[in-house]
Design a protein around this ligand. Sequence first.
Ligand SMILES: Nc1ncnc2c1ncn2[C@@H]1O[C@H](COP(=O)(O)OP(=O)(O)OP(=O)(O)O)[C@@H](O)[C@H]1O
Ligand SMILES: [Mg+2]
Length: 460
Amino acid sequence: MSTEQIEILLIDDEKNYLLVLESLLLDAGYSVTALSDPESALAFLDESEVDVVITDMKMPKLSGKDVLAHVKRDYPHVPVLVMTAFGTIESAVDLMKMGAFDYIAKPFANDELLLSVQNAAELAGVHRRYRLLHENLEEQYGRHRIIGKSKGIRNVLAVVDRAAPAKSTILISGESGTGKELVARAVHFASPRKDGPFISVNCAALNPGVLESELFGHEKGSFTGAVALHRGRFELAHGGTLFLDEIGELPPELQVKLLRVLQERKFERVGGSEEIEVDIRVVAATNKDLQREVEADRFREDLYYRLNVVQMVLPPLRERREDIPLLLAHFTEKATADNNLSRKTFSPEALELLSGYEWPGNIRQLENVVERCMIMASGDTVTVDDLPPEVKDEEAHLKNALDLLPAELNLAETLDRLEAALIRRALARADFVQVKAAERLGVSKSLLQYKLRKYGITGH
Ligand SMILES: Nc1ncnc2c1ncn2[C@@H]1O[C@H](COP(=O)(O)OP(=O)(O)OP(=O)(O)O)[C@@H](O)[C@H]1O
Ligand SMILES: [Mg+2]
C-alpha cells in the first residue's frame, strides 16, 4: 500500500508545532488532516475514514489519553501514536496498556517519528485490506445471493432473518445442491458474529479418529504423530459460526461428544484435560432424513433435538420450478462474466426443456449446465441441441425420475406416483389452467379433475 492512501489525523494544540509536523508527514507522502482542537478532531474522526491517529498528550479540554480512549472504543483497529513532552515511564506504560500503538517523547528526531508512523501505516494497511476482503466475502455470501421468489425460498429467507440475530443452533436439510452451505453462510453474515470466523467441517470426509482431532484438536504427544498442539475447528470458530456439513454421517462416538459441547459449550482437546470454553454458533446440514436416521438408531435422538432448535428445509428445485428462469439468468450472467464470454440466450424450446427437467442435482447441476452451455454453444442462442444429454434425452429423463422413486414401491403405486407427478408438472407448465393442462396431457378435463381428486392435488 502506498503512503498516499494513508489518511493521518494529527492533533496538537501548539499550532506552530502542528504545522511543522504536518509538512513533515506531507513530505513523506501521507495525506494529513491537522487539527489543534481535540474535540473537533474527534468529530472529524466520526465523519471521515482515518487510518492512523497521532495525538499530543497534554492539551486543554481533552488530553491525549482521552483521545486514545475514544479511538480505542469506537475505532479499535485505528493505531494511535501519542507524543508528549511531559512523559514519565508510568504514563507510557499506561498508554500502552490502553492500547496506544506507540509512544514518542518530545523532542524527537524526524526519523524516529516517521519510522513509527510507517509501522502504524502498515498495520492500518493490513486492516484496510482485511476489511475489503471481508466486505467481498459478505458480498459473495450474503443473504442477497440466495436467488428465488418461490414460497420455499421466501420461507427460507424469512427464517434466515429471524434466526440470524440469535445464537440458536440451526439444522438445514435438503437434497444435494439445494444451497445448504450458501444458506449457512448467509446466516453467518446476517448475524452479529459476521466479523468472526465461519469455519466449516465436512463430517463425512474424514475417518472418525481424524475427524475427532479436526473438531476438538489435540495436545502435543496425545498419539503417535501428534507432534504439536493442534487447535480444532471448535476453537477456531470461537466468536463465529461453526458449520457442520453432512452431520448425518457423524460417527456415534462423536455424536456423544458433540452433544456435550452443544449443551455445555465446553470440551477438551484429544489427550488433554484442560476445559476449553467456546462462544460459537452451530449450523448443521444434512441431505439425509435425520428423523429417519434417529428411528433407525443411527443418529442419537437427544443430539437430533439439540441440533434441531431452528429448522430450515431447502426444497428441491423441481418443487419450485418458478425459480428456474431466475436461476438461469443469474448463472448465465455469472458464467459469462467469469469466463469472459459474450452472453447467450436460451431458445424457447431449450427453456421449456430446462424448466421441465427434474434436476436431481438441483442448483449445483443447473449452474454447471448453464456454464457448459455458455461455453459450448456456437451461436448467440443456446438451442435444444446444445443442451447436455441428461437434459434433452427423454430416456435419461425418465431414468432420473425413476431413480428418485423409493426402491420398494410396487408397480401400481409407482405408476400412481408417476401419474401424479406428471399431472402436477403439466399443471405447473400450464400456469394451473386445468383446460390447458388436460390438453397437454392429452386427456379430457373431466378425467383430469377426477385424477386431481384421486391424488389430492390442489391448485398451486
Ligand atoms: N438459491 C440459490 N441462489 C443462487 N445460488 C444458489 C442457490 N442455491 C444454491 N446455489 C448455488 O448452488 C451451488 C450449490 O450450493 P451448496 O453448495 O450450498 O449446496 P449444498 O446443499 O450444500 O449441496 P451438497 O449437499 O451437495 O453439499 C453453489 O454454487 C451455490 O452458490
Ligand atoms: Mg454442501
